[in-house]
Design a protein around this ligand. Structure first.
Ligand code: DUC
Ligand code: ZN
Ligand code: ZN
Length: 472
């Protein structure tokens, strides 16, 4: 047989084109695109299905040390399982350097946690929290050469935030090595000031999390990150953008020719700060940073997606269980929003939400959907063309979609380690019905058929090119 598998009868979409043809797969790779490809050991009937590149989620957190007795709800087994159910074939979680730790030590721990556990392929971003001379001068350059070609820095959070000087030093290394720098842009001092004031006034319920980090906190830090990156002339990615002010800062920078990219996430399209204002501690289910805002902010995020200000749409899956003393209901979290763990799950719901709210409702077309959920992630983070497209020679990472299937999101569809989804009850049109990783079916119509450990670690190249305004 010339092929192991043929996918026949479907409509294929890439970031550039939509067309009907068959896909011939051999040894985990796409070996042919054409008509009448003949016989194969397995033929998958894709009639009435869309055939898309597997989703790449370049912003997820698994097994990240969270301190204070807090435990993340997903390790690599459940996190990548949930990703596969949601139509993803590659995810990029963050490897957090704890203060005093070397990056290599952090990576050893992280690889050990991932090894033999993954259902889909993984690559790691580094989070730099302790940018010592040794880390910046020696470790980081060597690690970029070893395939860890992106890093994240924080402008807020105790123990994570870098000073402006440290941001500049880290940006310099990113420039010298060609790594991509992701920035969490919120003003630490402003948040601390507002939090103290709210607590003094007795305003400690989860909804005050949003009040403690309003839009100017994010907009100012976004502007500052852009200005610092301009000094160094280094590309940056502003992650999890939630509102118009920050989006417009990025747009202005792009119009000035700066190498600034942007990312937004499902929570900024379909949630608002009203979700944090639920009875008792229920609002803590929606505590994430930046917080969901309002309807005007949602509209601004759509504009960013439509008008190429954002090049990627990621989940920022950062799961904590709700009814759990190690999660959202940790004893200290009941005393103030300040101690509620920041983050919400979403790796399984990212693609259906953007498909339903974006493609089905006519806000973006199918090719833009593919660019935002797969192709641009691969290009920016050094996985293209192995990942992120349907082309001869690429890995056979493919998802079949039923574009008409109506689903109401329930937590039992998610298969993660959390005990809730913030999108419970959301009505969706369009659902991923088959997920294939390197030629092997991992999810078949809502059933896990893949095995833990099949997913593999992917060292990465430096980004070939920055998706810019001329790209989708
Ligand atoms: N930043 C993230 O990227 N994820 C969750 C929490 C946060 O602050
Ligand atoms: Zn962040
Ligand atoms: Zn995140």
């Amino acid at each position: 047989m010339p092929f192991d598998t043929i996918i026949r009868g479907g409509t294929i979409a890439t970031a550039a084109d939509t067309f009907a043809c068959e896909i011939g797969i051999r040894d985990g790779k796409i070996a042919a695109l054409g008509h009448d490809l003949g016989a194969a050991e397995t033929v998958i009937d894709a009639t009435d299905r869309l055939v898309l590149p597997g989703g790449i989620d370049s912003h997820v957190h698994f097994a990240q040390p969270s301190g204070d007795g807090i435990v993340m709800a997903d390790g690599f087994a459940t996190g990548t399982r949930s990703a596969a159910f949601g139509g993803n074939t590659t995810v990029l979680p963050f490897c957090l350097q704890e203060k005093g730790q070397t990056l290599r030590e952090a990576l050893r721990r992280y690889h050990a946690l991932a090894d033999g556990e993954c259902h889909v392929d993984v690559a790691f971003h580094l989070i730099v929290t302790d940018p010592t001379e040794q880390v910046l001068g020696q470790e980081l350059p060597a690690l970029v050469e070893d395939g860890y070609t992106s890093l994240k820095v924080f402008m807020t959070y105790e123990g994570l935030a870098l000073s402006d000087r440290e941001l500049l030093e880290t940006m310099s290394v990113a420039r010298e090595t060609g790594a991509v720098l992701m920035v969490h842009a919120e003003n630490f001092d402003a948040i601390r000031f507002l939090t103290d004031r709210l607590e003094r006034a007795g305003n400690t319920a989860p909804r005050f999390h949003a009040t403690s980090r309003p839009i100017p906190v994010e907009r100012e830090a976004t502007h500052r990150a852009i200005s610092l990156s301009e000094l160094i002339d280094v590309p940056i990615m502003i992650v999890h953008v939630s509102n118009r002010g920050a989006m417009e800062e990025i747009r202005r920078a792009q119009q000035r020719g700066l190498k600034v990219m942007g990312e937004t996430c499902p929570q900024y399209l379909v949630l608002t700060e009203k979700d944090l204002d639920r009875l008792n501690m229920e609002g803590s289910k929606y505590v994430c940073s930046p917080p969901p805002r309002d309807l005007a902010s949602q509209q601004a995020c759509w504009e960013g997606l439509q008008q190429n200000v954002f090049s990627v749409f990621s989940s920022d899956h950062c799961p904590f269980r709700y009814d759990d003393p190690h999660g959202k209901l940790a004893p200290r979290g009941r005393t103030s929003f300040r101690w509620v763990p920041n983050g919400i799950p979403g790796v399984a719901t990212r693609l259906p939400i953007l498909f339903s709210e974006g493609v089905v409702k006519g806000r973006i077309d199918l090719n833009r959907f593919v660019a935002l959920t797969a192709t641009n992630h691969a290009k920016i983070y050094g996985l293209y063309p192995r990942k992120g497209t349907i082309a001869v020679g690429s890995d056979a990472d493919i998802v079949l979609w039923d574009p008409k299937r109506k689903v109401t999101i329930r937590h039992d569809l998610i298969h993660d380690g959390a005990d809730y989804t913030p999108y419970e009850g959301l009505d969706i049109t369009g659902w991923p019905v088959l997920t294939m990783v390197r030629g092997r079916v991992v999810i078949d119509d809502g059933v896990l058929v893949g095995e833990k450990g099949y997913g593999t670690y992917l060292p990465r190249a430096k980004p070939a090119a920055r998706p810019d305004a001329s790209q989708r």
